[in-house]
Design a protein around this ligand. Sequence first.
Ligand code: NDP
Length: 323
Amino acid sequence: RKGNVIITGASSGLGLATAKALADTGKWHIVMACRNFLKAERAAKSVGIDRENYTVMHLDLASFDSIRQFVDTFQHSDRPLDALVCNAAVYLPTAKDPSYTAEGFELSVGTNHLGHFLLSRLLLDDLKKSDYPSKRLIIVGLHHSEIGIICSRNTNTLAGNVPPKANLGDLRGLAGGLNGLNSSPMIDGGEFDGAKAYKDSKVCNMLTMQEFHRRYREETGITFASLYPGCIATTGLFREHIPLFRLLFPPFQKYITKGYVSEEEAGKRLAQVVSDPNLIKSGVYWSWNKNSSSFENQLSEEASDPEKARKVWEVSEKLVGLA
Ligand code: NDP
């Protein structure tokens, strides 16, 4: 049978390119989990994904009700779940003030981390039940130098070393609910900074992947992995950036840092992590060399600190109402 994969944020950029790459193999049915139904349908058509190879299901990661509704709808579809790709993200680098999810969490961490945390916890049993040869939960990460990955064979520090750096501190803001009222909207309790909130959310993504691996690898046989697909300077992720940045960033990445990859190439990389029989190792963070061969990258102290991962897991569990 075909594999069934849920991809969040498949309506543009990396998610769409991955949906296309997997659909083109003829071996996958893609559930495009998107907040804008019409946009997702149009996107699927625009890249030529065959009608029989995809289903659009509504999912707004900035609302726990919507996430629960999505899980319910998926479970009633009677499709087995063989792979889940947590790809959607918001990035608000120029926002002066924080925005919030339906439950009142700062939007970047609320969507990118808490939304995906709840979604993947609710779908874990479905993945576990799948009889597919290799079932996987993939969480899209960030550039190694942004989150401080020490070892990298294709170091691209120019692209990554742009401040502010991610830093979760002692998690006081997260523990306080990230609501900007009686707690800071930032995980470390600091002043709001949209670019940092995004990077922090991505560190949480990496920590969550590793904690899933520690807690559930043996019991479930699921492969938990993360990746940095390369800098895809053309996606909508940069839509909130100032116009000059949007104009200069793609050529900067292409000619100066040489960290640039096309959406198509990045989609192929993520599709590989979902389906390549060689990439079944769990608990790892994949990166690619310039010649497009994959390798296991290592994470920095903060992004691989098991104690921090456990704390982020426990606090997040409370915030999403699972503990
Ligand atoms: P895009 O902005 O093109 O795609 C983001 C997707 O997330 C869109 O489909 C968007 O939906 C969706 N989304 C945003 N908020 C929500 C929500 N509340 N509920 C459901 N879906 C939502 O960016 P990219 O393709 O670049 O980003 C994809 C992933 O790649 C992210 O995890 C990002 O962190 C990661 N990444 C990107 C890099 C890059 O260079 N671009 C580098 C490293 C990692 P909609 O279409 O409705 O807006």
